[in-house]
Ligand binder design. Structure first.
Ligand code: FAD
Ligand code: SF4
Length: 513
């Protein structure tokens, strides 16, 4: 036989590196559903269904192309439950001359892969994942010698390199690199987001749903609303739906939050991108084409392209640059356990309730909900980064460590001490009130900072600044709130501290069961 070619659950792209130069007559493609990958965090049921169903669909497409496939199902009695075990078994079955794999999305998996050559006694080639727009060596070159690794400068280089949204004279279209300042509108009354296209589960997905319900009955989340694309064709249809119906207002309402509107004008493409059903270039080019055809304004298209060409590539580069030490940092020395409300327990905080409920039902929350509701709360309350990272890895259908960790650990929790963000994204209830309607339906009073019904975000915000006053004292981006803190009469500061302490010791913070 020829080579054994491994395809992982988030490598479901026809052009994936491990399948390039495949010899259909001699090579075998190995795909394995293993318990270890299903349980290393307690994944949301929709995430399990999404990955397993997408793998089965991809395998069927390969088989239809005449590829020799060795597909191991989760319920195969001989399944060893680990990737390493399944590679070893496949080697015994096929006796290949070598193994070809694509660079994985998690440090943990790379570590295992690096041991295979020695443990299994055959040559292992791990190829660069060519689906990204910035190869890792290119990112390393960009990062080398820089004191600060700011996304904005990386993004400009990527715009120049790819030519996306650039004029013929090498200047950014419209004369500006970034239109973020125009992308901060609250959802006004009368603006009704169009419902996104749903991809109803087919027979393969329904079979996986039964499997997941029977093998993982206690996992967080419900399957009733499952509507994720599980094939490249479905993912393309979902992208086209976004471009036609929501892209034009994506920019304006990018930071808005609204009760009963989980998606607003967002793209819902992260699961498809992360699994490999869509390529980042195709998403960016589709958005640019809509702009050039006059179907979407520049602030929307630039904002969308920046998320994919900028943020997505940047966090991947940082993850691989900084791991494995990155995950263990805890710059703000946060140690509080995760409250039970994050797993659906009772809370009077409407913002938290809305985001957790939506996450349970859809395995989705948009960026500002993740950053400024749960993320902000975790930052202010000093939640331990490890369980917070695990929660984000578990509950979102698009969560893979290379993208989840920098966003949670770095951007939301500032646990990396400022590698990603030059200041912590800390905000009081006023921000949530400005960008959402959550406070109107809340038992707490967003205008109050102390007293029995005061919004907890307010006292926690001031308490956070006071706790870290020395650390952030020299940060010009926090100069204004720190000045306000210092101008407070001591009695007010003490009242805020006591309010925060009472909340943190109270029933809302009961740890997870
Ligand atoms: P849109 O808002 O429509 O954006 C379009 C695309 O841009 C997204 O699909 C995504 O691919 C990309 N993108 C946008 N922001 C980011 C970002 N900050 N980092 C990387 N890519 C970005 N994204 C994940 O894919 N997986 C995660 O596990 C994940 N965890 C996150 C955790 C926290 C605490 C935060 C603050 C953000 C996280 N993000 C994660 C980024 C972002 O929230 C999601 O990509 C986005 O909400 C997905 O929904 P969408 O496709 O509708 O995105
Ligand atoms: Fe959240 Fe405070 Fe607003 Fe309630 S009042 S929704 S707790 S920000």
């Amino acid at each position: 036989m020829g080579l054994l070619r491994l395809v992982l659950g988030d490598q479901l792209s026809a052009g994936i590196a491990a399948l390039q130069d495949l010899d259909p007559a001699r090579d075998v493609v190995l795909m394995a559903e293993v318990m270890g990958e299903c349980t290393y965090v307690p994944h949301h049921k929709q995430k399990l269904v999404l990955v397993l169903s997408a793998m089965r669909h991809f395998a069927a497409e390969l088989a239809a192309r005449g590829v020799r496939l060795d597909y191991i199902r989760l319920d195969d009695p001989a399944n060893t439950g680990t990737l390493t075990g399944e590679v070893a078994r496949a080697m015994a079955r096929h006796r290949p001359t070598g193994l070809v794999a694509t660079f994985p999305g998690e440090w943990r998996v790379l570590e295992a892969m690096r041991g295979w050559e020695e443990a299994l006694g055959l040559p292992v080639e791990i190829r660069e994942d060519s689906r990204f727009l910035c190869p890792l060596p290119r990112f390393r070159r960009w990062a080398q010698g820089r004191r600060q690794l700011r996304m904005e400068f990386f993004y400009r280089e990527m715009r120049r390199e790819t030519g996306l949204l650039m004029d013929a004279d090498a200047a950014p279209v419209g004369g500006q690199w970034n239109y973020d300042a125009e992308n901060r509108r609250r959802l006004e009354r009368g603006v009704v987001p169009p419902p996104p296209r749903r991809t109803p589960p087919d027979a393969v997905t329904r079979e996986v749903m039964d499997l997941v319900e029977s093998r993982f009955p206690a996992n967080f989340g419900t399957l009733d609303a499952f509507a994720w694309p599980v094939t490249a064709e479905e993912a393309q249809a979902a992208l086209e739906d976004f471009i036609a119906a929501r892209l034009a207002r994506f920019g304006d309402y990018q930071d808005a939050m609204a009760s009963g509107e989980p998606v607003l004008f967002h793209a819902l493409v992260s699961t498809s991108l992360n699994l490999g059903l869509l390529t980042p270039r195709a998403c960016c080019e589709a958005a640019e084409a809509a702009f050039r055809a006059g179907r979407a304004p520049l602030n929307a298209v630039e904002g969308f392209i920046r998320q994919i060409l900028g943020w997505r590539e940047y966090v991947r580069g940082l993850y691989w640059l900084k791991m494995p030490d990155y995950a263990a940092t805890n710059a703000l020395e946060a140690t509080r356990p995760l409250p039970w409300s994050w797993w659906g327990g009772e809370t009077r905080m409407n913002c938290l309730k809305q985001v957790v409920r939506q996450t349970r039902d859809l395995a989705y929350a948009h960026h500002i909900q993740r950053l400024m509701v749960t993320g902000n709360f975790a930052l202010l309350a000093g939640l331990d980064p490890a369980p917070v990272n695990e929660w984000y890895m578990a509950v979102y259908a698009d969560a893979f460590e290379w993208v989840e960790l920098p966003n949670t650990h770095g951007m939301a929790l500032h646990a990396d001490g400022g590698v990603i963000a030059s200041k912590p994204y800390a905000a009081s209830g006023a921000y949530i009130n400005r960008m959402s309607d959550y406070c109107r339906g809340c038992a707490y009073d967003v205008k109050a900072a102390t007293g029995p019904d005061a919004c907890p975000m307010n006292a926690l915000y001031w308490d956070f600044l006071a706790r870290h006053e020395r650390r952030f004292g020299g940060n010009p981006r926090l100069a204004m709130p720190l000045r306000a803190l210092r101008a407070m009469p001591p009695a007010k500061r003490e009242a805020l501290r006591a309010q925060a302490a009472a909340f943190l010791a109270g029933p809302e913070m009961r740890p997870e069961a």
